[in-house]
Design a protein around this ligand. Sequence first.
Ligand code: LLP
Length: 427
Amino acid sequence: MTLSTISSPRPFAYPQPASALHCGEVSLEALAKLHGTPLYVYSADQILERLTLFQQAFANRDHLVCYSIKVNSALAIVKLLTSRGAGVDIVSGGELERVLAAAPEAVGRVVFSGVGKTAAEIDLALTAGILQFNVESAAELELLATRAAKLRKKARFALRVNPDVFAETHPYISTGLREHKFGVDIRQALAIYKSAAGNRWLEAYGVSFHIGSQIRAAEPFGAAMERVSKLLRQLQRAGIALQTVDVGGGLGIDYHAGSFDAAAKVREYAAAVESALGAFEGRLLLEPGRFLVAQAGALLARVLYVKRNGRKTFVITDAAMNDLIRPALYQAYHEIVPVRPRERKPRIVDVVGPICESGDFFAHDRKLPPVEPGDLVAILDAGAYGMAQSSNYNTRLRPAEVLVEGAQTRLIRRRETIADLLAPEVF
Ligand code: LLP
């Protein structure tokens, strides 16, 4: 592995040819020694850089970047982003509790999406005073009206419409087609807005959509925005003037690195959204997740064994699919690099975890410099949907998490203990 294989814009690099991989100014070897492995390491600097890219790309328009907290819900990261003006996109009462814990002052910048909000979750959000409910069905709007009347709190809502736009991505994370469970058919939206008009507890505040995740091209966002703009014009003719348009998240990154230019990507995305949005004078809401945090994070693991079965070589690490499920669930590619590269020729290996499933792998038939038991490897681009989708499968303790800020590091979540795990159980 040569130094050039870790391409920018990742915050992980080998400062000198013979040195260990660093996150910014901090050595991952030192972090592993201090906190053990598996360990999630995030660069605060890169997370803030990415937020700034978004904020700059939309600087000419009234806008709010609402970080999609499901992507990485670490309280420290929520606090970091909201401290720079970000709002938050939530999909559960639990995520709202995270905002209330980490950044209560940001609650007025929260948008609440999700197809299955319960009455209790709606009550929590109404009481907290969030910015807007992204309502995904006529039945949910009815429930929202009932709860709002009960609590005597006016509910600002946006209908989440399904623009029926195809976006090239993994089928599990595509959401903008009529056959998906999300949102309401855009052709029914006008009627639903009209039906809410007479209700004093509902305020038709915005319109929202989200067509999927890990979408690399800008066109589908533009195409969806076109359709929603048409709806906006219809609404205006009907005397319904909305204050927000929420374009959801979904902008993808390049997991294969190459020559990925993050700033150009955001600008291209902004141009597509802007040109289709036209003269709308309200506030644009954006819900990026992956783009802000994926490349800022790595999962650091230690090699336990290297074993040969016939023609195959397996590198068995102390991290597993319970720590990072993306390869198993979406056949996702994550680049893997040794923390201290060895001089010899690369080998073709499978990188796997200790869990009792063949789906427990990080890479199949991957060219990797030789590693030995005790070596550290970094699984890159793991800041998004990594820890957030982790589990305790095989009664494994979830990793600790560290945030690197310049030369400083902060443990933002300690490693779980067996006591944590067993506490809720009765026998
Ligand atoms: N807004 C809504 C309503 C969403 O459902 C999502 C993601 C986002 C925003 C953020 O999307 P992003 O900017 O991160 O693409 N676990 C999968 C991805 C699931 C996406 C779920 N919704 C993965 O690891 O690829």
